[in-house]
Design a binder for this molecule. Structure first.
Ligand code: EPZ
Length: 426
């Protein structure tokens, strides 16, 4: 089992390029199932999760190849409609094949994703939406069988919570349905917008991109397309926070600053200096360079759906707050168990107390944070431990780093290029 070793306390300096967004690539890969033909997807990150999705498309009969950051997917010859448990259990986003398979062939059998470290994560909103479009869903032996009773017919779907993949699944199920579908309380994340751009390029009729109300008028047919995946805003935010936590000055390129309004606000409140360009950030944290008593100011954060503070950056931001002046409150509203990183940060000396859906963080001087062996529990928690290790003095060993490789392309190499003393150890 590989580990990551970090000798912390060094400021990050230099330039880093951001990869394509994992959470845009996954629904867009699934959407290639909607229509037979050769699709060209540009800026696809090479991650454990995108490789899993490609493996799933293969089991359904698609073929694919990669040239640099472009992935070609040919879904002409689908031979199956089942997403098996052994794939779904490694990546819940496999449920994203339900919508396109229903639209393409009226049937899909997908293993019900179990829970995961951060919560139960049911898909009841997805299934209720499908049923409103005329789909019968049954649960047998841990698999969801979804079958169109006659044909998919448009309906008005209301989500109790703005589910990201639920919105994406219903978009893909409704683009070829008869009549109009309205999705109310839809997710507004940029990754949903990237999928909408792809569907419209395929010939779909969708109004309301970026809003919480989407109107989809079903069309008769779609065409295969070429589409560019947007930059990964969570990877971008992770590097922004890492610079703030370790000091230094970094230029972050091939990103979209407009996708991170809440994070940049909070980072400036903490004391980071951030310059925004059209597709780049320059971030520095002069307060941290002295490595004396850090002059970072603690702030409160509350995770919200987009454009609020992203839950996917909560753990990473906590790795900053543990060394900031004063007491900060971190309130997690999206998932019920997304504080798995707290116990690991406490091993580095952090002073954090969990109180229900909130964590109370009392900042310590950076020199009080000492490296230690820690264990990654989920994707974003593993990123937060990398940041904490970069800031702590001494050696931090992170185990179970397969979590990290699900969502960060070449993170060790990118951080080495920024001067971090970090390496992968078998
Ligand atoms: C997407 O997950 C992302 N994954 C997650 O990123 C992200 O944390 C999450 O959205 C929230 O932004 C992908 O896009 C592949 P939700 P998703 O449905 O769609 C509840 C990462 O680190 N809910 O928006 O699964 C659910 O339990 C991952 O890259 C239901 O109750 O999240 C949660 O509390 C982690 N029933 C809330 O809604 C449903 O049917 C939001 O979940 C669906 C969701």
């Amino acid at each position: 089992m590989d580990k990551i070793h970090i000798n912390g306390g060094r400021p990050l300096e230099g330039t880093v390029q951001i990869s394509g967004a994992k959470n845009a690539a996954l629904p867009i890969l699934a959407a290639t199932l909607l229509v037979p033909g050769l699709h060209s997807l540009n800026n696809v990150p090479d991650l454990r999760d995108t490789r899993t999705m490609l493996k799933l498309l293969e089991t359904l009969g698609a073929t694919h190849s990669r040239k640099g950051t472009t992935v070609y997917v040919d879904t002409s010859g689908l031979t199956g409609a089942e997403a098996p448990y052994d794939l779904v259990k490694t990546m819940r986003a496999s449920v994203l094949v339900l919508g396109p398979l229903l639209a393409r062939s009226g049937y899909a059998r997908v293993s019900l994703p179990g829970g995961c470290a951060i919560g139960a994560r049911p898909i009841n909103y997805h299934l209720k939406g499908f049923e409103q479009l005329g789909v019968k869903t049954t649960l047998t032996h841990g698999y969801v069988e979804a079958r169109c009773v006659t044909e998919l017919a448009g309906a008005t779907v209301y989500f109790d919570m703005p589910t990201v993949t639920g919105t994406e699944n219903l978009l893909m199920a409704s683009v070829l349905a008869r009549g109009t579908t309205i999705i109310k309380n839809a997710a507004r994340e940029p990754e949903v917008g990237n999928l909408i751009d792809m569907l419209i390029a395929m010939g779909a009729d969708i109004k309301g991109k970026g809003s919480d109300r989407l109107t989809i008028n079903g069309v008769g047919s779609l065409q295969p397309v070429e589409i560019d995946i947007i930059p990964d805003r969570i990877e971008t935010g992770t590097y922004l926070i890492a610079v703030a936590a370790t000091g230094g000055k970094v230029r972050i390129e091939q990103c979209n600053p407009a996708h991170l309004p809440a994070l940049t606000e909070k980072l400036r409140a903490v004391g980071a200096e951030i310059v925004e360009e059209s597709n780049a950030f320059v971030v520095s944290c002069p307060e941290q360079q002295g490595r004396s008593r850090c002059n970072l100011q603690g702030v409160d954060i509350k995770t919200m759906v987009y454009p609020g503070f992203p839950t996917d950056l909560q753990a990473q931001f906590m790795a900053l707050l543990i060394q900031a002046h004063g007491t900060s409150i971190v309130h997690e509203t999206i998932f019920e168990n997304r504080f798995m990183h707290v116990a690991e940060m406490q091993r580095l000396g952090a002073d954090i107390t969990i109180d229900g859906a909130s964590a109370v963080v009392r900042g310590l001087p950076p020199e009080k944070l000492c490296g230690a062996p820690v264990m990654a529990t989920d994707l974003r928690a593993s990123a937060s431990l990398v940041i904490a290790g970069l800031a702590a003095s001494g050696l931090t060993e992170i185990s179970r780093i397969y979590h990290l490789e699900r969502g960060y392309e070449n993170m060790v190499e990118k951080l080495q290029a920024l001067g971090a003393d970090i390496r992968r150890v078998s």
